[in-house]
Design a protein around this ligand. Sequence first.
Ligand SMILES: NC(=O)c1ccc[n+]([C@@H]2O[C@H](COP(=O)([O-])OP(=O)(O)OC[C@H]3O[C@@H](n4cnc5c(N)ncnc54)[C@H](O)[C@@H]3O)[C@@H](O)[C@H]2O)c1
Length: 255
Amino acid sequence: MGVLDRFSLQGRTALVTGAGRGIGYALAQALAEAGADVACVDIDGDSARRAAEELARQGVRTLGLQADVTRKDEVIAAVSTVVNAWGRLDIGVNNAGIARGGKAEDLSEEAWDAVLEVNLKAVFLCCQAEAHVMLPQGYGKIINTASMSATIVNRPQCQANYNAAKAGVVQLTRSCAAEWASRGVRVNCISPGHTVTPMTANMGDDVRAIWLSNTPMGRLGDPSDLQGAVVYLASEASDYVTGHDLIIDGGYVLW
Ligand SMILES: NC(=O)c1ccc[n+]([C@@H]2O[C@H](COP(=O)([O-])OP(=O)(O)OC[C@H]3O[C@@H](n4cnc5c(N)ncnc54)[C@H](O)[C@@H]3O)[C@@H](O)[C@H]2O)c1
């Protein structure tokens, strides 16, 4: 098979969390464009359904599902819906996340718990529910969204909870990858740098200026900058890659 054919996702089925907007939507769009049937999952059911309707225009099957990924029963239900509809689940993109920081000395226990629940525990719940389908299939590709914040402490915003959760996602990815490598399930993560989405939209110009001055390429990321990576990691082209953290940050972590 030619190398470009190995990037095709024709005949594959995918589930993307946090797909209602931002990075998740861009990742779902890329998988659909490469030929996969895509289930868009989001806590905001309307945005999930809207995303599914838009992606259906690419000529693939889509589902729009409301689920809170911190709820184990809702994660299992979303995975079951995909399997009942399409017979299998090949690709799981565990991307939903929130940012709620503050100075470490003042950070509330509630903010700590909220960020760890969505950004780390929920990623585990998704990996586990997806693996329960993929391991018996003997094939699967899991891609978690971590962050360059797993590797560096970015500035000027203080977010010890977010940074710790994302570092946890990288090591969770490596742990699952090691456990499931011999059974056909690859687990990798992507780590975006500062990317323009609703999550980062409210940052002031002063903060953006600092981000830009710390980015060797001199621009912030666009969700489309992540699309090639997710297609690669979801496809046969990356079959010998597992446990990897692919940092896509315009060179930010170099400085
Ligand atoms: N934007 C950045 O600069 C950046 C950088 C590095 C990593 N990330 C990570 O990328 C991922 C996507 O970020 P984004 O910038 O697109 O954010 P966003 O806020 O624009 O989108 C996040 C989506 O996740 C959904 N979501 C939130 N909590 C959920 C829950 N409990 N269950 C289901 N869905 C839920 C939201 O409804 C939303 O649609 C996150 O994991 C984030 O931490 C973002």
